[in-house]
Design a protein around this ligand. Structure first.
Ligand code: PEP
Ligand code: MG
Length: 591
């Protein structure tokens, strides 16, 4: 194929050179008229194909390696999709009423369903359009008798409209070097899979299906967003060099991950992990985490059935047992863009400003008390006192903290009366993430034991922007003086009142945020585990005194661009070419 330079959105960092292998046979069925007497047989063919795909997917599910268990859930959702009444009934109806072939009817129904999902605002549901497409494509392939690609080559770069976990399980995982897709978004399976497999991936690659053919040599650049089809010798050498330099940087940050994060002038900064599944806790010492700064408890509650207290206890006890240091477990933070089934039924006009986080749990005290009981019980499961900490989300009033303390007392009494082992009290902290909390940090500090700054929400609420609205995305500006001053105020007030202050939003893994918050005296940064080695490496290159001087300059300035320039200068000075590696690692993996 001719040489071509395409562009895409990197969703998993790194560079890979290999042979392109297209997944899925593109099946665009022809419209075929059938006789009324053929309707039943045609429907039978369809149901058989669906059954066969269901079995294929179940086989793929059985092949998911132990360290990739989350993909089982994705494949399980696709298994369910093969029996989705909308998909099955609508297709059968079309065959019956319009006397058309099953393949044609199915492709029409799949297109309609894809459009319905795509039109939804919620980015998670929007991305579910790909489950419908993947399942639809598999059934169509079955109906047409086409077999899927079973490639045996090594150094494969998978290419597709979309890649789903079951596709990967059909292949030899170790032979896959990278993924490129024409479709996909920030939460697409491609992105999740590639990050889990630590291979580069780009989505939304324009012209991919036109410019590339099976067997072409391709370079994919998950650091810069380039895709080079049939590259020149010069390009191949250049990218091989970059690939090696990046791999060496990754290896060296991983090798030093367990070293403490001490700045050049010997200031120790805690580096903690943001975690969402209990099973991740055991792996944290490998990436050098000092503990868990934020354990998000939402996942157990977003399933069909509410979790029991016993299940929650097991989950939190695992976190405390396996975490390398303390574990700050945040109470349920649903609402906003994270809705439970119950909340979906009573949609609020403005959920981000509605019954979210602590507001929701204080309004649903049975559920909240079950979580608090599980937490106090899990705290006692560790012989070391204070390993489990409770963190409260979305606090905007002192009364909310007091109400939680009252509930904790009630729960303590209940558990004592029932003779159940538990901790009578645990360190209690709050997320500082609403503008109201920023202004009453002194009062809040007297009610709790530690602060954790939720920079994601803090920036959105301070700047009054809806984070799903791309038109105002430019205002999500961490260097805005309102954000900078808020951070300073939270850290200073917390320290004055004797509290430790950490930060757990994305700004903690943004090199700019690291420099500034370190300069303001933050005690610890809590980041997603893959970023930990790189962030610790950065901290070790910084001089805390120089960061403090820089933060003071930034605090006095109203010129955001000039401030960014100053911070960038310092980062360039201390990291040089490594800055690009760090930035793309953090940005790619975050997407
Ligand atoms: C935050 O708001 O910064 C945060 C860490 O919480 P979440 O992203 O879970 O709302
Ligand atoms: Mg938050």
């Amino acid at each position: 194929m001719a040489r071509a330079h395409l562009f895409g959105t990197p969703v998993s960092p790194g560079i890979a050179i290999g042979t392109i292998r297209f997944l899925h046979v593109e099946a665009v069925p022809e419209m075929r008229r059938i006789l009324p007497s053929e309707v039943e047989a045609e429907k039978g063919r369809l149901l058989e194909a669906m059954e066969a795909v269901r079995e294929d997917l179940k086989t793929a599910m059985g092949k998911v390696p132990a360290d990739m268990q989350e993909y089982r859930e994705i494949i399980a959702a696709q298994v369910e999709m093969t029996r989705d009444p909308k998909l099955v009934n609508s297709t059968c109806q079309m065959v019956e009423q319009e006397h058309v072939g099953a393949a044609w009817a199915l492709s029409k129904v799949v297109s309609q369903l894809v459009e319905v999902f795509r039109s939804l605002d919620d980015p998670y549901l929007k991305d579910r359009a790909q489950d419908v497409r993947v399942v639809g494509m598999r059934i169509l392939n079955r109906l047409s008798g086409a077999s899927r690609t079973h490639a045996s080559d090594t150094n494969l770069i998978l290419a597709a409209e979309d890649v789903s976990p079951a596709d990967i399980m059909d292949l030899d995982v170790r032979s896959i070097r990278g993924i490129v897709t024409r479709e996909g978004g920030i939460t697409s399976h491609t992105a999740i899979l590639a990050r889990g497999m630590h291979i580069p991936a780009l989505v939304c690659v324009t012209n991919l299906l036109v410019a590339a053919r099976d067997g072409d040599t391709v370079i994919i650049d998950g650091l810069g967003g380039n895709v080079l089809i049939s590259p020149s010798e010069e390009d191949t050498q250049d990218y091989s060099r970059r690939e090696k330099a990046y791999a060496a940087w990754q290896a060296s940050t991983r090798d030093t991950a367990r070293w403490p994060a001490d700045t050049r002038d010997a200031l120790r900064v805690g580096v903690l992990a943001n975690v969402e599944h209990a099973s991740e806790a055991a792996e944290l010492s490998g990436v050098g985490a000092d503990g868990i700064g934020l354990y998000r408890t939402e996942f157990a509650f977003l399933k069909e059935v509410m979790p029991s207290e016993e299940e929650l206890f097991e989950e939190y006890a695992t976190v405390v047992r396996d975490a390398p240091g303390h574990g700050a477990i945040r109470t349920l933070d649903v609402g906003g863009d994270k809705l439970t089934r119950a909340q979906e039924a009573v949609r609020e006009a403005n959920p981000a400003l509605g019954l979210r986080g602590i507001r929701f749990t204080l309004h649903n005290q049975d559920l909240f008390k079950s979580q608090l009981r599980a937490l106090l019980r899990a705290a006692a499961s560790s012989p070391e006192q204070g390993r489990l900490r409770i963190l409260l989300p979305m606090i905007s009033m002192v009364e909310e903290v007091r109400a939680v303390k009252r509930l904790l007392q009630e729960v303590d009494q209940e558990l004592s009366m029932r003779g159940i082992a538990h901790a009578a009290s645990v360190p209690l902290g709050i997320m500082v993430e609403t503008p109201a909390a920023v202004f009453i940090t002194d009062q809040l500090a007297r009610e709790c034991d530690f602060f954790s700054i939720g920079t994601n929400d803090l920036i959105h609420y301070l700047m009054a922007i809806d984070h799903n609205n791309m038109r105002v995305a430019y205002l999500a500006e961490a260097m805005h003086p309102a954000v900078i001053r808020s951070l300073k105020r939270i850290i200073d007030t917390g320290h004055r009142e004797g509290l430790s202050v950490s930060a757990c939003g994305e700004l903690s893994s943004d090199p700019f945020g690291v420099v500034l918050m370190l300069g303001m005296g933050i005690d610890a940064l809590s980041v997603s585990p893959p970023f930990l080695p790189g962030i610790k490496h950065l901290i070790r290159q910084l001089d805390a005194q120089a960061c403090t001087e820089l933060a003071s300059q930034v605090l006095l300035s109203s010129d955001i661009r000039a401030c960014k320039h100053l911070v960038n200068e310092m980062l360039q000075k201390v990291l040089g070419h490594e800055l690009a590696f760090l930035t793309s690692t953090v940005m790619g993996a975050r997407a």
